[in-house]
Design a protein around this ligand. Structure first.
Ligand SMILES: [Zn+2]
Length: 263
């Protein structure tokens, strides 16, 4: 749930009923920019802008997601927990991504928590309105399914990465991913944040980050990391990547969009 007291707020009083989201703005999100204009036009009357502060809770595991958020800037992270109470980061989501999709489509509590790591903004649609549109618009429903398939493929990659790659490689990969989603900006993470994301002890992250700093790969201060040598960070990373570039192979996205854009 996006709670204004937690730092998430609509941009201006009365925005819920008066904001007119135009196509150019909608295209800033990866999912929306790949959607055929007719599908965006169906969504547009329901999309509302939201400013998302660092730390803003998007939705909490075990609770319904009240909105689908299409990020247009900033960086979000998702966490899943175990029955033992441990948590681990499951994904970093930038302006390419969508939050709350699985829980909203299923009408079920969210499996993961999501909140903002770096402040940003999103277009969001109320859960019931999105489900209704998906029932009415077969191509929108298919596009949402493709996005879910992409997110699932990324989770499979994450699972393999956790099982087979070293903590050092995973740390480099996480920093590289965050750096590329926030180009030119410092990554607003503490070593505790990174430890939580990787599911390891903070002291482990401290030692590894110190090594990367000594080698001139990163610099860090209070609550932020800056990448100084992207190429060497890439070399230090395991190389596990996202799947957006190959989303067509995951869910037939390219085929759908070629067909939709002719309508
Ligand atoms: Zn990996």
């Amino acid at each position: 749930m996006c709670d204004s007291t937690a730092g998430c707020s609509l941009s201006g009083a009365g925005a819920l009923h008066s904001t007119n989201v135009n196509l150019a703005k909608a295209a800033q999100n990866g999912f929306l920019s790949e959607l055929a204009p007719a599908r965006v036009a169906a969504l547009r009357p329901h999309l509302r802008p939201a400013e998302l502060a660092a730390g803003a809770l998007i939705h909490r595991a075990g609770e319904p997601a009240n909105y689908v958020h299409f990020l247009e800037g900033g960086l979000a992270r998702t966490f899943a927990g175990s029955s033992a109470g441990n948590v681990i980061g499951t994904s970093l989501v930038g302006m390419e991504g969508v939050l709350g999709l699985a829980a909203v489509l299923a009408g079920q509590p969210a499996a993961e928590s999501a909140h903002m790591l770096a402040p940003g903004r999103a277009l969001r649609i109320e859960a019931g309105a999105f489900r209704r549109l998906c029932r009415e618009e077969a191509d929108l429903s298919l596009a949402a399914s493709c996005e879910l398939a992409r997110q699932n493929a990324e989770l499979q990659i994450e699972l393999g990465c956790c099982a087979h790659h070293t903590i050092s490689q995973r740390l480099a990969r996480a920093l590289l991913a965050a750096h590329r989603k926030l180009p030119g900006e410092p990554i607003p993470v503490t070593q505790e944040d990174l430890a939580l994301m990787l599911g390891v002890q903070r002291t482990t992250v401290t030692a590894l980050a110190r090594q990367l700093k000594r080698e001139g790969v990163i610099a860090y201060g209070r609550g932020s990391v800056r990448v100084r040598d992207e190429r060497r960070l890439e070399t230090a990373s395991c190389g596990c990547g996202g799947v957006r570039a190959t989303a067509g192979s995951v869910g037939g996205w390219d085929h759908l969009e070629r067909r939709s854009r002719t309508k």
